[in-house]
Ligand binder design. Structure first.
Ligand code: BV8
Ligand code: ZN
Length: 249
């Protein structure tokens, strides 16, 4: 059983302003591929950097749209896991919690988190690639197989519909990014859960909090290098570690 150092537990439960920063690892125990392993079958031969870009969509819209519809379809069949639920419980319990996610799924919302800053958009909010007109899904995706799929057309300009995510080379949503950085500067504790810390500028968030003097706690099965007394690396799956924060309450 992984113990949580008392000082780390205390820093979370007594935070004046807690920032929770999540990556694909928080959804792993719900059965959602982390970003790097979302490339199996047909997409196994691609590097996400090759598929999750506007250039890839221009070059082969059906391949890219097919990948996202396959991922969306998988997401419709999974549930939030204990990690998502503890995060939602912390939001109820603490004076101020800012939840920032890199994920494009809706598992935080489905677990009860009310305010979620999506730095990389959402797979559930497609829009027109040309005029940005929002597109409304009708029901579940057309197919379960991993195959290219022609994207639908925009009702206002007939352009192709694209996923509502932020691709590599695209700017992050201004509002969410500004709110995320100011929360990181203001918080006294930041809980970073399930992220490889590779993707910029999101990866700077824990660093900004640490520079501002916050206690930074990483939750990841892989050890995360920590550089000072008020940084912790809690090694283990989030679904097992996070409930320990609220245990014997
Ligand atoms: C921008 C949406 C500027 C899409 C995503 C060189 C070349 C080209 C670009 C760059 C470059 N250098 C820097 C850049 C910029 C680039 C970047 O960072 N590239 C990196 C990779 C080198 N960034 C961008 O392009 C960003 N935009 O910079 O724009 C700009 C400014 C103005 C105007 C125009 C442009 C946009 C980045 C956003 C990309 N979109 N997602 C989609 O999902 O398909 S990022 C995508 O990757 C995910 O959303 C996620 O955020 C990220 C993967 O990170 P993780 O979430 O950490 O997931 P990962 O799989 O990597 O790791 C999972 C972790 O969980 C692991 O650590 C694992 O150990 C852990 N884990 C596993 N199981 C568990 C667990 N943890 C806990 N419990 C468990 N059970
Ligand atoms: Zn349009």
């Amino acid at each position: 059983m992984t113990d949580i150092p008392a000082a780390a537990r205390q820093a979370v439960l007594q935070a004046r302003h807690l920032v929770v920063f999540t990556g694909a690892g928080v959804s792993a125990e719900s059965g959602v591929h982390t970003f790097r392993d979302a490339l199996t079958g047909l997409w196994a031969r691609f590097d996400p950097m090759q598929l999750a870009t506007p250039e890839a969509f221009r070059r082969d819209p059906a391949l890219v749209w097919g990948w996202y519809e396959w991922r969306r379809q998988l997401l419709l069949g999974v549930e939030p896991n204990p990690a998502h639920r503890v995060i939602a419980a912390l939001e109820q319990r603490l004076p101020r919690v800012t939840l920032i996610t890199q994920n494009v799924d809706d598992l935080h919302e489905r677990a009860g988190s009310r305010k979620v800053l999506h730095l990389h958009g959402s797979i559930f909010t497609p829009r027109c690639f040309d005029c940005e007109h929002p597109y409304k899904f009708e029901g579940a995706p057309a197919m379960a197989a991993e195959q290219p799929l022609e994207p639908p057309r925009c009702s206002s300009c007939n352009g192709r519909v694209r996923p509502g995510v932020v691709w590599f080379g695209e700017a992050l949503p201004e509002g969410a990014l500004t709110a995320a950085f100011s929360a990181a500067e203001d918080c006294d504790c930041l809980l970073s859960i399930g992220t490889s810390g590779l993707v910029q500028p999101a990866a700077q968030i824990p660093e900004v909090a640490a520079q501002a003097g916050a206690t930074v706690i990483h939750v990841n099965p892989e050890a995360v290098a920590v550089h000072s007394a008020n940084q912790y690396s809690l090694q283990g799956p989030a679904g097992r570690i996070l409930p320990l924060l609220l245990a014997d309450d």
